[in-house]
Design a protein around this ligand. Structure first.
Ligand code: NAD
Length: 497
């Protein structure tokens, strides 16, 4: 730990109380722009996790929460949404301190986050069962009930937004939650806990524990009282969590990585497509699961398109992410910084041609932060590692293709299937491509659009289940079938009815 003693010390939020970790240990959270620690986060381990899960279980079984009607749950959620809206700028600044993403993006994101609480708060009292015209002398109906304690484990790139994708439907459904944010970006979740307290949620309904993956996330996934694990992170961790949760026969939803194709046809509006390609890979410094990291360009326009793209990407202003004019910020953490630089070397070693960037950014405006130059490789073929593996940084691979069939073949030839972009003016082509692409989201003539209303999730190794939209609430509910006999005679007890 650093020698600095003046760092802000956060507390966790467990059972409605502010708490240190049982061991009293903290870890540092770093500002990627200065490469310096800026606050201290409690280091929770199994004992702390157990306390949080017990509190969530108690709140689910005995607390005020199960006594509230769905409408009242929704009202509490809307109050929380209002508080987030009021505090969006503060929360955004804390997130930028932790993950180095642009203040312009994080402020807009935090202003949008309340919509999850409004939307699912509104949905809370609209979950209706059915009366089934059953073929037996009985009145049969269904109820959709909560699961119990849900664990939410999330990644560092959009901390409170990704957490809210889990919390909002889980709460609307009547569950209680233990959230473990990423160890790189825990502070905003602990600031958010203040708002949970102010909104008046009963103790134990929302608990936040902070710590490292295996040491804190591990016991949370394993805990026998946890009934569902909602996870955002890498496919490797997702696979491990899926296997662990399987031992407890827990429900799981997984939002994992991607290697999304952004496909540019020769009939596109080229200026729009250039901007779409840039926003697909250089926005958020490429640190988004939906990054359009493989740019497939139709052969006839390949050279002209690459020239325009490089010219445009060159103008990107790097620097302090807290300044609203900055367009490309640092990479969030050292392991990620080293991983991105490692992949740049891999691409060069595989024979890809560097047409932009290709290493560390050592510009004065980048200070001592973890900056990588926006990098574009051409001459990539889809079998190369740089085309197959998720880099999670500002590194774009350009792959030429001949026709629609080849675009589909190359586009789908990865283990992931999170998203895809298509740039064309031809509506028939747009529809056929959106049908044939193996991806949970397809954007036509746009990229990186998400909404609380529209389902989001992955095909193949990009995940299981869906977040957002009406179907997400079902991920946090179970269905009960209730039978009330209307028989006038007692049937033979030895025969199945
Ligand atoms: P990660 O898998 O390293 O960590 C994600 C979370 O899991 C963190 O909170 C971490 O502490 C926790 N964790 C790690 N090991 C664990 C274990 N053994 N048991 C329980 N929890 C554990 O991922 P990351 O580096 O934080 O995030 C980057 C990845 O997330 C990328 O692959 C990216 O594509 C993906 N991502 C996906 C989406 C999506 O919605 N599909 C969104 C954002 C990021």
């Amino acid at each position: 730990m650093s020698e600095k003693t003046n760092l802000k010390k956060y507390k966790m939020f467990v059972g409605g109380k502010w708490a240190q970790s049982a061991s009293g240990e903290y870890f540092e959270s770093f500002d990627p722009y200065t490469a310096e620690p800026w606050c201290l986060i409690p280091q929770a381990k199994a004992e702390d996790v157990d306390r949080a899960v017990q509190a969530a279980h108690e709140a689910f079984i005995h607390g005020e929460w199960p006594k509230l009607g769905a409408t009242e749950r929704g009202m509490l959620m809307r109050r929380l949404g209002d508080l987030i809206a009021k505090n969006a700028d503060v929360l955004a600044r804390v997130e930028v301190k932790d993950n180095g993403k642009l203040i312009s993006e994080m402020a807009a994101q935090l202003k949008y986050v309340p919509q999850w609480y409004y939307y699912y708060g509104g949905l809370a009292d609209k979950i209706e069962g059915a009366v089934i015209p059953i073929d037996k002398p009985a009145f049969n109906f269904t109820r959709h009930e909560p699961l119990g304690v849900c664990a939410a484990i999330s990644a560092w790139n959009s901390p409170l937004m990704l957490a809210s994708w889990k919390l909002a439907p889980a709460l609307a459904a009547g569950n209680t939650v233990v959230l473990k944010p990423s160890e790189y970006t825990s502070a905003s979740a602990l600031e958010f806990a203040r708002l949970v307290e102010a909104a008046g949620f009963p103790p134990g309904v929302i608990n936040i524990v902070t710590g490292f993956g295996p040491e804190c996330g591990g016991p949370l996934v394993e805990h026998p009282l946890v009934r569902k694990v909602a996870f955002t992170g890498s496919d490797r961790t997702g696979e491990h969590i899926y296997a662990t949760a399987a031992k407890g026969l827990k429900r799981v939803s997984l939002e994992l990585g991607g290697k999304s194709p952004n496909i540019v046809f020769d009939d596109c509006d080229m200026d729009d497509a250039v901007k779409g390609a840039v926003s697909g890979i250089f926005a958020a410094t490429g640190q988004t699961c939906i990054a359009g990291s493989r740019l497939l360009v139709q052969e006839r326009i390949h050279n002209e398109f690459v020239d325009k793209l490089v010219a445009f990407a060159k103008t990107a202003r790097m620097g302090n992410p807290m300044e609203t004019e900055t367009q490309v910020g640092p990479v969030t953490n050292i392991p990620q910084y080293e991983k991105v630089l490692g992949y740049i070397d891999v691409a060069k070693g595989e024979g890809a041609e560097t047409v932009l960037g290709g290493g560390k950014a050592e510009r004065p405006e980048c200070g001592s932060g973890w900056f990588v130059e926006p990098t574009i490789f051409t001459g990539v073929n889809n079998k190369m590692r740089i085309a197959q593996e998720e880099v999670f940084g500002p590194v774009l691979s350009v792959i030429p293709f001949k026709d629609d069939d080849e675009a589909i073949e190359v586009g789908n030839d990865v283990v992931f299937g999170l998203a895809a972009g298509v740039w064309t003016q031809n509506i028939r082509r747009a529809l056929l491509m959106s049908e044939r692409l193996q991806a949970g989201t397809v954007w036509v003539n746009t990229y990186r659009a998400v909404s609380y209303m529209s389902p989001f999730g992955g095909y193949k190794r990009s995940g299981l289940g869906r977040e957002n939209g009406q179907e997400a609430i079902r991920e946090y509910m179970q269905t009960k079938s209730v039978w009330i006999s209307t028989a006038t005679e007692v049937p033979n007890p030895f025969v199945m009815r």
